[in-house]
Design a protein around this ligand. Structure first.
Ligand code: MN
Ligand code: MN
Length: 316
């Protein structure tokens, strides 16, 4: 296993890391009781970033399964096959700087507002402890209530959305909370300053009209060379639907769409997009029921590891 000890950190990174170490306390607190699952003892007093699982897929239009993803992604993150460090040199999992809030307990209802409200409140509660979060989906329907909670704390924000699909259906088969519609809800409520989509390669005229109406910036996948130069003026939230990746890399999804991005291209987008600060991220649409080798959870864990590294690089 490669050791991070050999990594060369920039002067800024090194000073940030030593400054971080000084502030790590031994005080352990209990996580708040609104997040169900195991009550954990952890260093929530000093953690810079939180992780929260949102295993909810009742608004998936074609296949269910993403509700089972959070434990699979955690298991891949914790596997001894992998390194605890991001490529940028931050210890992310396990780490005194990252607190695991567990998983939300969400009513398994399709097409109703109740689960949306539970997710929004659960995310708000976790944000009260760690004001930056990486969320583990769940299908993409979870991003609308997440953004409501995140924008209430950090707004106005920008949203960078990696996906094969724009998820801009006004409703899908009559369901406004569908996983095909979160970006429509976000856009119409004006929850973000700017919506920039990357990897988009599957949509028709109805969603094209929404792109036009809400000034969405759409970048299709690119074959080689650097991707689009992405610069944001407000705090940035990154939402990654793993079907934005090519199914060769992430086959375990409900809507595989060939011709997508490579893992490295998505990692480059995460590393290179410029923003005053990245204040949160989610990785959604891993479907373990169609991922027999588990590779899609491993890819999702890699994305989570580098997203946590990016968040930790901007701590303090
Ligand atoms: Mn999506
Ligand atoms: Mn998608």
């Amino acid at each position: 296993m490669p050791s991070p000890a050999g990594m060369v950190l920039s002067r800024t990174q090194a000073s940030r890391r030593s400054a971080t170490a000084v502030h790590v306390s031994r005080i352990a607190l209990c996580s708040h009781d609104t997040v169900s699952g195991v009550l954990k003892i952890m260093n929530v007093a000093t953690a810079a970033v939180g992780v929260l699982g949102i295993g909810f897929d009742a608004n998936s239009s074609f296949k269910r399964g993403p509700a089972e993803a959070p434990p699979k992604i955690r298991s891949a993150l914790s596997s001894e096959s992998a390194n605890a460090y991001s490529e940028t040199g931050y210890k992310v999992w396990p780490s005194d700087q990252v607190v695991d809030h567990g998983d939300l307990d969400i009513p398994d209802e399709t097409g109703t507002r109740a689960p949306i409200d539970v997710i929004e409140q659960g995310v708000a509660n976790a944000l009260a402890t760690t004001d930056r979060l990486v969320l583990l989906g769940g299908d993409h329907a979870v991003t609308y209530p997440i953004i409501r909670a995140v924008a209430a704390v950090h707004g106005p924000i920008s949203l960078l959305h990696v996906d094969a699909h724009p998820d801009l259906y006004p409703d899908f088969q009559g369901n406004p909370w569908s996983h095909a519609s979160p970006m429509a809800r976000i856009a119409e409520e004006g929850l973000v300053d700017r919506l920039v989509q990357v990897g988009i390669r599957s949509y028709g005229p109805d969603q094209a009209a929404m792109v036009e109406q809400y000034d969405v910036e759409v970048h299709p996948p690119w074959s080689h060379g650097p991707g689009p130069e992405l610069r944001f003026d407000s705090p940035l939230y990154i939402s990654v639907d793993v079907d934005g990746l090519d199914p060769a890399y992430a086959p375990g999804v409900s809507h595989p769409e060939p011709g997508g991005l490579s893992v490295r291209q998505v990692l480059d987008v995460i590393a290179n997009c410029a923003a005053p600060r990245v204040i949160g991220a989610d990785v959604v649409e891993v479907n373990p029921t169609v991922d027999p080798t588990g590779i899609t959870s491993v890819v999702a864990a890699k994305l989570v590891r580098e997203l946590l590294g990016r968040l930790l690089s901007e701590s303090g």
